[in-house]
Design a protein around this ligand. Structure first.
Ligand code: HEM
Length: 415
């Protein structure tokens, strides 16, 4: 048995928080290995990247999710006892609940709602001065996904709800006030989400057939028991929060159109080119740095020992930028997806493997649909300018976003 290469640091948590998306990859490069061992959050941790590693990581026989997500992630981003931390039959059952919401018709419907929001906002942008695209898109996504999920939302509450979603997303990798805003945002959101679940169950709030609110409120687990209200609230937020988070990808798509303006004409009205563009946005730009699991039972892989209980991180960003998988990975080249046949372990911005049986993101199809709608509107429904501003992406900050949030001005409706 070989010894897993080590970064030899007594504790790397601060380095991880400081280096962000660049924590795993450069260490792999330095050690000449796509696997190394380090210490994170005071325990030994194996870090992996690349396609074979992704295939290993998404093998449910070898890994479990129970106890893998650090407490700070549960207190802010995902909540306690949601689908992300389940294994085996309990996971399959809960995941089926999510996937039942993601029919092609439902995905299309959400895209249409987002499209309607976007078109309705263009006149206001044309009248106003500069607008911050990130803030605007976040609020449009909030309105669209609340309506789609069947959750009532007063106009006056849109900024507050959007801020709660952002706080949860910003929380896990933050220290100090940004972390505590995440904790508070989650507490508040679980309260009103739990209240909505309660009112649906009592019949006080009608929720449309097939909507996320109706499905989650009425879901019975594999033993036929309704989800405890608090867990149902966590799962409702597992639909609302990440849909609002698509705002970051929309900003990245707008940034890509700004940095590579010739793509504006290529994607306009061309569904296949838009799809390639959107896939490259998901591959190229940083979002989730890593996914975490624990070894179910000790095993050996490529001559290395994986002891039972060991925490393992898969570098999602690093896999999406692996030179063996993606030639010239630091080049933004949507045409690499023109003849792409799909690979469940190659393109992993939202996890790998199977949507139904594994932990791959339940909202991947929604994300692609919303991004296509956004690119359609940015290139087909409006013209705009991008004034000078700080658009530099800091790969040490998780989750990443250009500091300006991408300001646009001079908006004109074009269709
Ligand atoms: C903003 C873009 C998104 C990104 C970057 C993203 C990323 C991810 C990642 C990395 C995972 C974890 C994979 C793993 O644990 O191995 C995940 C899981 C999940 N995502 Fe997303 N996601 C996004 C959008 C969405 C949307 C729109 C929804 C729902 C409407 C959603 C719902 C979920 C759920 C429920 C899980 C847990 C799946 C499971 O544990 O089985 N996500 N996502």
């Amino acid at each position: 048995m070989s010894t897993i290469p080590s970064d030899r640091s007594p504790e790397s948590t601060l380095a991880f928080l400081r280096e962000g998306y660049r924590f795993v990859g450069p260490r792999c490069d330095r050690l000449g290995s796509d696997i190394f061992q380090t210490r994170l959050l005071l325990e030994p941790t194996i870090c992996l990247r690349g396609r074979p590693a992704a295939e290993l990581f998404y093998d449910n026989e070898r890994f479990v999710r129970r106890g893998a997500m650090p407490m700070r992630g549960q207190r802010t981003l995902v909540g306690v006892a949601g689908v992300q931390g389940l294994d085996g039959a309990a996971h399959r059952d809960r995941k089926a609940m999510f996937m039942s919401i993601m029919t092609p018709a439902a995905v299309h419907h959400l895209g249409q709602l987002f499209d309607d929001e976007w078109r309705a906002r263009i006149p206001a942008w044309a009248e106003s001065g500069p607008v911050v695209l990130y803030d605007e898109v976040a609020r449009m996504l909030t309105r669209a996904v609340w309506a789609w999920a069947g959750v009532p939302l007063a106009d006056a509450d849109v900024p507050r709800r959007t801020a709660e979603m952002h706080a949860m997303i910003e929380g896990p990798a933050a220290v100090g006030p940004r972390y505590w805003r995440g904790v508070l945002g989650r507490r508040r959101a679980e309260r009103w989400a739990g209240d909505a679940i309660k009112r649906v169950r009592s019949g006080a709030l009608p929720a449309p057939e097939g909507s996320a609110l109706r499905v989650i409120a009425g879901h019975r687990d594999e033993q036929g028991i309704l989800l405890p209200r608090r867990i149902a609230a966590v799962e409702l937020l597992n639909v609302l929060r990440p849909t609002v988070a698509v705002d970051r990808f929309v900003v990245f798509a707008a940034l890509a159109l700004h940095d590579h303006p010739h793509w504006r004409d290529r994607v306009r009205g061309d569904d296949a080119a838009t799809e390639s563009f959107v896939q490259e946005v998901r591959r190229y730009y940083p979002f989730f740095p890593v996914a975490a699991a624990r070894v179910r039972r000790s095993f050996e892989w490529q001559g290395y020992a994986f002891p039972q209980g060991r925490r393992v991180l898969l570098d999602l960003y690093g896999t999406n930028h692996h030179p063996q998988l993606w030639p010239e990975p630091e080049q933004f080249r949507p045409e690499r997806f023109d003849d792409w046949r799909g690979d469940p372990f190659g393109l992993v911005p939202q996890g790998g493997g199977d949507h139904f049986t594994g932990h791959r993101c339940a909202g991947e199809w929604i994300t692609i649909e919303l991004l296509k709608r956004a690119v359609g509107n940015l290139t087909g429904s409006m013209s705009y300018r991008v004034p000078p501003q700080d658009l530099a992406l800091d790969l040490g900050r998780m989750p990443a976003l250009p500091p300006s949030g991408l300001v646009v001005d001079g908006v004109r409706r074009t269709a």
